[in-house]
Design a protein around this ligand. Structure first.
Ligand code: PLP
Length: 473
């Protein structure tokens, strides 16, 4: 095959192969190992020199499916507890396929009025889901890293404006350093966003009162009294144990001292969905910007993040495109979200967000969050009951922080044991979780945010951890 035009009349044939493979693959997620080290060898079948003459769509998709369904990491399955990794609800997954099939450019109304309008609906539904006031706007982006970037880009615009500078035109040259203040919970992606924005990853001043990273509010306030126009990053859900900065208290300080308040709520923002955890996010409505992910606790496929902004017009000021004669300008009715966020041409990532919220509603997503809260408590109880495991933090949300501590193993050897345990878990592949350092000690930190996860997956996780720890101990 040398030209896709030859396939025009049966363009849907490769898609039918994907649809056929989807059922068995998705059904297998309940029982398949997260990683099958043997299957990884198959990936070599896709290598070789660039073909001069191609095989055509259907044979190639067959090859890709054979390798992919065997060698893919089952990270959308129920026993992948590493990082903070959601699955894809049935409606979200189908809508993602629809987005690929329709292949819209969600740059602007003129490129796709459909994509633009669905994005407007999806953003407003997200605003409502998290109980934010009317008038907030936002941008759909590829990840929470980019949501932090978008939010802190707006903050930079605000801060420079206070120095009389339009930073979108002039850049940072000649300006002092932007003061950025946070707790020890600040996520590395917020630093990465600051690094991409030209402030540098080291610009964050951290105010923490303990080894875990909990905020020192008094020190933060002292610093705010000596600074003008600071940007505060408050953390709603830190990765090691799912803890929160006291957002309402920080909001009071931000208002008192005229600071921009940004919330990194990549997954923790979803605590707002349940009355059981809504107290953790109280005060987010007083922020200036919020970053979160769709591909974590909303359970839509990668890549899905969103920034929610109190003054949506900031997005245009920070991310409007320098004019080009062939493109719509800022006030043009043909304009759209490509002028209100970091990307220009972009896929219609609103579709899976719209679909999962339309399919399962607020109640369905609350039920999912609450199931995960219950599962995290179940895991916590199993850890507490096991003589060879030690819980390291209270479980407030969906992350359980613990380590193996078999009787008789001296404290000084536990870090090495847990590092080996983390590596053994990944090599074993039946269940999946990684290690971190929490309060100075090496720990496991499984996160439960996948709609498919049930009690038996959590039980299997603990069984495998104890089995491997016993082998290592
Ligand atoms: C608190 C927090 N912020 C930001 C991120 C970055 O998310 P992403 O990988 O989607 O960019 C994460 C990822 O785990 C996170 O936990």
């Amino acid at each position: 095959m040398t030209d896709p035009l030859l396939e025009r009349d049966f363009a849907a044939a490769p898609l039918a192969l994907v649809a056929e493979a989807a059922g068995p693959y998705l059904d297998s997620l309940a029982t398949r190992p997260v990683v099958d080290p043997e299957a990884a060898k198959l990936i070599a079948d896709l290598a070789g020199p660039l073909p001069e003459v191609g095989q055509g769509g259907s044979p190639v998709i067959e090859r890709l499916l054979t390798v992919g369904t065997a060698a893919a990491t089952a990270s959308s399955g129920p026993r992948f507890f590493h990082f903070v990794t959601g699955g894809a609800t049935p409606a979200a997954l189908a809508a993602d396929w629809t987005a690929a099939m329709l292949d819209q450019n969600a740059f602007a109304r003129v490129s796709s009025a459909f994509a633009h309008e669905v994005e407007t609906i999806a953003l407003d539904w997200l605003r409502q889901l998290f109980g934010l006031p009317q008038g907030w706007g936002g941008a759909l982006v590829g990840s929470a890293t980019f949501a932090n970037f978008t939010s802190l880009g707006c903050a930079t615009n605000w801060w420079a404006e206070r120095h009389g500078v339009d930073v979108a035109s002039r850049g940072l040259a000649g300006l002092p350093r932007m003061p950025v203040l946070s707790s020890g919970y600040v996520h590395s992606s917020a630093r990465k966003a600051l690094q991409m924005l030209g402030h540098g990853k080291d610009c964050v001043e951290v105010f923490q009162r303990d080894a875990v990273g909990r905020i020192d509010l008094a020190a933060l306030e002292r610093r705010l009294t000596e600074t003008q126009h600071a940007v505060i990053i408050a953390n709603a859900g830190e990765v090691n144990a799912g803890d929160f900065d006291p957002i309402a208290d920080i909001a009071v300080l931000a208002e008192r001292h005229g600071a921009w308040l940004h919330i990194d709520g990549a997954f923790g923002l979803f605590a707002a969905l349940s009355p059981r955890t809504a107290h953790l996010t109280a005060g987010v409505e007083r922020a200036d910007s919020i970053a979160a992910d769709g591909h974590k606790w909303l359970n839509v496929p990668y890549e899905s993040g969103f920034a929610l902004i109190r003054e949506p017009e900031r997005l245009g000021r920070a991310f409007g495109m320098p004019g080009a004669a062939y493109l719509p300008g800022p006030q043009d009715p043909g304009g759209g979200y490509g002028l209100l966020g970091p990307e220009s041409s972009r896929r219609s990532r609103a579709l899976p967000i719209w679909a999962t919220l339309a399919a399962y509603g607020r109640a369905g997503h609350r039920a999912m969050v609450e199931r995960h809260l219950d599962l995290a408590q179940r895991l916590t109880r199993l850890v507490e009951a096991a003589p060879d495991l030690e819980l390291l933090a209270d479980t407030q949300l969906c992350v359980v922080c613990f380590r193996a501590a078999p009787p008789g193993v001296p404290d000084k050897d536990l870090d090495e044991l847990n590092r080996k345990l983390g590596a053994a878990l990944l090599a074993d592949g039946r269940v999946y979780a990684g290690t971190t350092v929490y309060g100075g000690v090496v720990a496991l930190r499984p996160a439960i945010v996948n709609w498919r996860t049930t009690g038996s997956d959590v039980d299997a996780f603990v069984d495998v951890v104890r089995e491997l720890a016993a082998q290592l101990g």
